[in-house]
Design a protein. Structure first.
Length: 285
């Protein structure tokens, strides 16, 4: 179907999906951009619709394959004029691809965690960009799951998708209360790590192999007493300058990669083979 009028009801619905209330009511979300759509599809995501505009394609080589793959998965396909796609695009510089599909979160009880699992827990993270960046780090570090507790930002916010660069589709994401998450983790033998500037030990002085959950608190206030009291491991990241704290997503990356370093050193995790980049492929997008 070709859409040439900006007042088309399909376009109006996509615009409404920018609001949390519409996403909650419909159970649908927006996935915009070549990289985001490609990674979603590669991880089994089944969109219900794709809106595309060839005039915005960056290369016109890989984009048609995404459209056809969505069609093969049963998605409705809508070809838009530049004016129409501009209306629904969330990005300032759109690249002509936008999918609409179901939410990706799962129930806590549905998580299938391996041995020596590394998990990230977020409590009341407020900024979508921070949550998306944490998800990106979780994917890079092969984290088994991210548990979002007492959320104050919508997991399916387009800014979360964008900040994660589509990696949110590769990491299982569960939503729960702090009480539920603590019970779930304790019953499975997880050590819980909490970072606080008042801890005596540094983050690289504790054992982060085995089942470990790294708990991260709200940007302004940090973790609540519930998580601090429930943590077997309390650590601080050394701050050598004027700042007394880090952005929560930066702290998450430091902590999770210390766990990765220890796991590689202990032989629990292996280092992937080096693959030189020749300037082609997804990075072009």
């Amino acid at each position: 179907m070709e859409i040439t009028s900006p007042s088309n009801p399909k376009l109006k619905y996509v615009v409404k999906l920018r609001t949390c209330s519409t996403r909650e009511e419909s159970g649908e979300m927006i996935v915009e951009g070549f990289r985001e759509c490609r990674r979603a599809l590669d991880n089994g995501y089944r969109p219900r619709a794709i809106f595309h505009c060839p005039d915005f394609y960056l290369k016109n080589e890989n984009e048609p394959a995404i459209v056809e793959e969505c069609r093969a998965k049963g998605a409705e396909v809508f070809t838009c004029s530049k004016q129409c796609f501009t209306k629904i695009a969330y990005k300032e510089r759109p690249d002509g691809l936008l999918m609409v599909g179901p939410h990706v979160t799962v129930k806590l009880s549905d998580l299938k965690l391996p041995e020596n699992a590394l998990v990230i827990v977020t409590e009341a993270i407020e900024k979508p960009g921070n949550l998306g960046t944490i998800l990106r780090s979780a994917d890079a570090a092969k984290v088994a799951a991210v548990i979002v507790c007492n959320r104050t930002t919508d997991i399916h916010n387009p800014n979360v998708v964008r900040a994660s660069t589509g990696t949110m589709f590769s990491v299982p994401i569960a939503e729960a209360t702090s009480d539920e998450a603590l019970e779930f983790l304790k019953s499975r033998g997880f050590k819980i790590l909490a970072a606080t500037p008042h801890a005596e030990k540094l983050h690289f002085e504790v054992d982060l192999t085995g089942n470990v959950a790294i708990a991260l608190g709200a940007e302004q206030y940090g973790l609540t007493a519930k998580w601090m009291d429930g943590a077997e491991l309390r650590v601080r990241i050394p701050m050598l300058g004027l700042a007394d704290s880090l952005n929560v997503s930066a702290a998450a990356t430091i902590l999770v990669y210390e766990a990765v370093r220890q796991r590689i050193a202990a032989g629990v995790e292996s280092v992937p083979a080096f693959e030189p980049w020749h300037g082609e492929g997804m990075k072009d997008h």
